[in-house]
Design a protein around this ligand. Structure first.
Ligand code: HEM
Length: 304
């Protein structure tokens, strides 16, 4: 078992389930016991599906944290309410999240079922969204998603809390947003307009040269640097979901601090110093916005 929860760092998967839950406060001891047993339950299912790259992470929001631990991760807070001229992100925080992923939908389903049954009446299901790999890791707008994610050891450096918050080392801040796309509007745009919206080419997935990127391009608005010129990064595990009537993206990201994600949101919604905002948001709408902390396996086990 890794010291951090395995869903954080693992490579992109072809299947994922995002499950959000609220807790019955009168059953907090039962919840504590299940959270403590969860790492072993996950490991057991992983051994039943050795080739399925089955991974999970369990996150807790600021709403439930204090019921479980008197100490708090340094930056744990509700999802920020950010409103600009045309875009608004509204917090819809819940108590718990399960992020389960694998290369086999049956494995994902079984682990979700085992965990949900183990929580029993201590939780109430808020939402369950099943996601799939679309083509070569594309969003339903047709563009490859995840290209500029950190790779190799850099994934841990970006996603895991280090010694700066010793009690919560190896944990990660997790943000989840459910976006519903207006694909009719999107598909009415010509190729050049779509590519300008991302600042990347569609078919060949090439980044535009910096000078050709619009100030409204999604990759312009989210590619941020600190005062030393170093990139501010997050680790994204976003995946599409779709029914015949509703199509979109579960945006999911891990980071050693939520500050970077919040800055990206601000840059998208409020824009640069001239108010130039992210034009991708003209074609999609966030129906949820949630913030969690995904503690280490050691912290989970210590609960029971
Ligand atoms: C880049 C899609 C929301 C952060 C990208 C790319 C795509 C994409 C296709 C280019 C390829 C790459 O992954 O590097 C989407 C869609 C979204 C969405 C469809 C919602 C409907 C967000 C949000 C954030 C975000 C909410 C953060 C607050 C980033 C970052 C990059 C990126 C950091 C890499 C920028 C770079 O360095 O070039 N996104 N994204 N995205 N996105 Fe998003």
């Amino acid at each position: 078992m890794t010291i951090y929860q395995s869903g954080i760092i693992a490579e992109a998967s072809s299947d994922a389930l995002f499950i959000t839950l609220n807790v019955d406060r009168s059953e907090i001891n039962a919840l504590r016991n299940t959270l403590g047993a969860a790492p072993a339950l996950i490991e057991e299912l992983q051994s039943q599906f050795p080739a399925a790259e089955l991974h999970a992470s369990i996150g807790l929001s600021s709403l439930i944290w204090d019921d479980l631990d008197r100490n708090r991760p340094q930056f744990l807070a509700p999802f920020p309410h950010i409103a600009g001229k045309d875009i608004e992100f509204i917090p819809t925080d819940v108590d718990l999240v399960l992020h389960i992923r694998s290369s086999r939908h049956d494995a994902t389903y079984q682990l979700a079922n085992v965990l949900f049954n183990a929580f029993g009446s201590s939780v109430r299901l808020v939402e369950e969204v099943s996601c799939f790999k679309y083509l070569d890791n594309r969003d339903l707008t047709g563009f490859v998603d995840g290209t500029e994610n950190p790779a190799g050891e850099q994934r841990k450096a970006v996603a895991l809390v280090g010694s700066e918050d010793q009690s919560f080392e190896h944990g990660s801040y997790f943000n989840l947003m459910r976006f519903v796309h207006d694909l009719e509007k999107w598909e009415n745009e010509d190729l050049k307009t779509q590519e300008d919206v991302y600042g990347r080419t569609k078919h060949t997935n090439q980044e535009y040269p910096s000078a050709e990127k619009s100030v409204h391009a999604h990759t312009k608005r989210t590619s941020l640097k600190d005062e030393n010129g170093d990139s501010l990064e997050i680790l994204r595990h976003s995946m599409p979901f779709a029914s015949l009537t509703e199509k979109g993206l579960m945006f999911a990201s891990y980071s050693k601090t939520p500050v970077i994600f919040n800055l990206m949101l601000e840059s998208m919604v409020k824009g640069d110093e001239h108010g130039n905002t992210d034009h991708l948001m003209k074609y999609t709408r966030a129906t949820t916005g949630q913030a969690f902390f995904v503690p280490s396996n050691k912290w989970l086990v210590s609960l029971s």
